[in-house]
Design a protein around this ligand. Structure first.
Ligand code: ARG
Length: 586
């Protein structure tokens, strides 16, 4: 199913061709002047330039071929040669009914479905998630849902950070604190299954150990050795490490669940480990590995690079796999298991060089073709000082605390607005949680991902303006109208477009497909957010201009209920693609 814009583009292109002009110039866009037209085509200007002719005269010719089109109520040439198109109420009625009857609500499928891995979230063992992981999680989850909705087969993978030097650090830190642990013994075990540390222990020890390793070279060397022994398979270290992984993952999943973020795969960096020896041998055989001060590297710099890109460190001088090594082996692993045509890495823009190194190495090694690996970078969430957000104490804000803070704010806002008073305590909590999540997610997805934004919980949580809570409120308001209608025994019926506000609402609904197609092409969920906001606003205007329940005529009432229903369905569909769930009541 195609939208009105594409259908009109086809017709106008044919009219260009029939006038002896380039059909591609017949592309139609939504009108810049909705007061004058629904759609416009500017192609006559370009055609005139190419033919050194008068644009208005060419536009006349094109328009001549369109006069007989029954879908058009009017066709005018404006200014230097813009063609303005206005659709008939009947044509808009047809389109509104079509969207209302469509389970996809007017959104088309991608031309050729692909197999896609979305690597996002990127949580780490023992490190609490912070606001940087929040952006990766929110954007990644939305892209995963969008790609799936467009028909791709998608795997969301957390790419759990469970392998590098941090693991050696933890082993040393835990071992120093509990020197009698059976896990520290050499030999085959058996080792206890129960974890000797809690997540709180790990979160306390890790920053201390990381800080100490920065200055204490002896400590650092011990951690490096522990890392190499772990990766080499020492059974006690492996058993202890598995405890770290378990304890961390359980806590992380709880936080992700709270944000409605669900991974299909929880593969860790460690899962790529078994592939590393073979991979290193292969890189060696292909002549890609170079020895550099005891380490093995792949040179990835290219002639013409604007900046010098350092080589990818594959094996450290201690023999350990590095962050890039596991990323490269993971590409190989995914190739073998899933054979994706596209891998998206939703990770902070500051890791751009890392991904450029890994992607270039992967292409050199023949693990991925051009265009199959994409880093989807994003800016930072900043504090009022314009720098990456910190707590008042100067530390990074833990995701857990952020969610709690947002929930508290949501409860207060609901109460201030006099909302949710008649809800049960449980339903109120559910609504507050949904408002909190909507506020955080919409604040993030409302801007293009490359842009950094300032964390301002009061603004995010407002029920007015371009916010998550505003959209939820609109959704809930429509639900309540539909509920009232049902109580009165009224049902939605066929949509009939007559009022200008109904025309406008139909055009807003029709724009869903373009929003999704472009969001998909640009990996830009903000275009979905934009659409949801415009749709909600247009509905508000319609609701003010076209009374629903008190409309006298039964057909008009049924039609307007039909509008309410299709708007709600599309709004909730768009919100779901952003990872936002709307409550039933507020
Ligand atoms: N764990 C990493 C971090 O916290 C992010 C992982 C991103 N994904 C990847 N394939 N490298 O920075």
């Amino acid at each position: 199913m195609t939208d009105l814009k594409r259908r009109l583009s086809d017709a106008v292109s044919a009219a260009f061709t029939a006038s002896g002009l380039d059909g591609a110039l017949g592309r139609v866009t939504v009108s810049d002047r909705p007061d004058l037209a629904d759609f416009q085509c500017n192609g006559a200007l370009a055609a005139a330039k190419a033919a050194k002719a008068n644009p208005r005269a060419l536009a006349e010719q094109v328009v001549g071929h369109l006069r007989a089109d029954p879908r058009l109520a009017s066709l005018e040439i404006a200014g230097p040669g813009f063609i303005n198109l206005v659709l008939t109420d009947a044509e808009l009625t047809r389109r509104a009914q079509e969207i209302a009857a469509d389970p996809r609500l007017g959104a088309s499928l991608a031309d050729s479905p692909r197999r896609v891995v979305v690597d996002y979230g990127g949580p780490n063992v023992a490190k609490p998630m912070h606001v940087g992981h929040l952006r990766a999680s929110i954007i990644g989850e939305s892209l995963k849902r969008l790609f799936r909705f467009r028909g791709d087969q998608v795997w969301g993978d957390a790419h759990f950070g469970d392998w590098g030097f941090q693991m050696g650090l933890l082993i040393v830190a835990v071992g120093d604190e509990q020197p009698d642990l059976p896990f520290l013994a050499e030999g085959e075990g058996p080792f206890p299954a129960e974890s000797p540390v809690s997540l709180a222990d790990l979160e306390r020890l890790y920053p201390l150990a990381a800080a100490r390793a920065k200055t204490d070279t002896d400590y650092r060397d011990r951690a490096r050795r522990a890392t190499a022994l772990l990766q080499g398979g020492r059974p006690g270290y492996r058993a202890l490490w598995r405890c770290f992984v378990e304890v961390s993952r359980t806590a992380l999943e709880r936080e992700f669940n709270a944000l409605d973020i669900r991974f299909d795969l929880w593969n860790g960096e460690s899962d790529a480990d078994p592939l590393i020896p073979g991979m290193v041998a292969e890189l060696e055989a292909k002549g890609l590995l170079e020895l550099d001060q005891g380490a093995r590297i792949v040179r990835v710099a290219r002639e013409g690079d604007k900046r010098e890109l350092p080589p990818l460190l594959v094996v450290s001088s201690e023999g350990s796999a590095m962050y890039g090594t596991t990323d490269l082996a993971t590409i190989l692993d995914r190739r073998r298991r899933l054979d994706p045509g596209l891998m998206l890495y939703v990770v902070d823009q500051r890791q751009a060089d890392h991904f450029e190194q890994v992607f270039r190495a992967a292409r050199l090694a023949g693990y991925a073709a051009e265009g199959e690996l994409e880093h989807i970078g994003f800016g930072t969430m900043n504090g009022p000082d314009g720098k990456p957000f910190k707590t008042r104490e100067g530390g990074v804000l833990k995701l857990h605390d952020l969610i709690e803070m947002a929930r508290e704010k949501a409860r207060a806002r609901l109460r201030e607005a006099g909302l949710g008073a008649e809800l049960s305590a449980e339903a109120f909590e559910d609504t507050a949680h949904k408002v909190a999540v909507a506020a955080l997610k919409f604040a993030d997805l409302g801007n293009f991902r490359g842009t950094s934004y300032v964390f301002d919980i009061d603004r995010f949580m407002s029920f007015e303006g371009k916010t998550g809570p505003y959209l939820l409120y609109q959704s809930v308001r429509i639900k309540s109208v539909l509920r009232k209608a049902a109580e009165q025994g009224l049902a939605a019926g066929p949509i009939l477009v007559a009022d200008p506000a109904e025309r406008e609402l139909t055009l807003a609904l029709d724009a869903y497909d373009t929003a999704l197609t472009e969001a998909y092409a640009k990996r830009a969920p903000n275009l979905i957010a934009e659409h949801a906001y415009r749709l909600a606003q247009t509905f508000s205007k319609f609701y003010a201009a076209c009374p629903i329940l008190v409309a006298e005529d039964a057909d008009i009432r049924a039609s307007r209920l039909g509008f309410a229903k299709v708007t709600l369905d599309q709004l909730d569909s768009a919100l779901r693609l952003l990872g936002i769930e709307s409550p039933d009541r507020m």
